[in-house]
Write a protein that binds this ligand. Structure first.
Ligand SMILES: [Zn+2]
Length: 93
């Protein structure tokens, strides 16, 4: 029996176009759902703590760390385990 090659998983490069479409926007206008309290609000409403190396974005309602962003000499680390999901509206046409 021949394997169904269309069912084989691809590596992350296959999602490159979709991801670049997703992240090509002003992230502060995206809505985020906090993992701690399930409140939905714009990223711009989060409380940010940070310095030159990175930032912690905490929920304005329950103080859960939703996003950790660290800029190292080698690149960026992004940890979003405190954010249940994001909602991004398409750009106005
Ligand atoms: Zn919260």
């Amino acid at each position: 029996m021949q394997p169904h090659t269309n069912d084989a998983p691809l590596d992350g490069n296959a999602a490159g176009g979709l991801l670049s479409e997703l992240f090509a926007f002003d992230v502060t206008t995206a809505s985020v759902i906090c993992e701690g309290c399930e409140t939905q609000g714009e990223v711009a409403q989060a409380r940010v703590y940070g310095g030159t190396m990175g930032a912690l974005l905490r929920c304005a309602h329950c103080d859960t760390v939703m996003i950790r962003l660290v800029h190292t000499p080698h690149g960026f680390w992004l940890d979003m385990r405190g954010a249940r999901s994001f909602f991004v509206k398409p750009p106005a046409e």
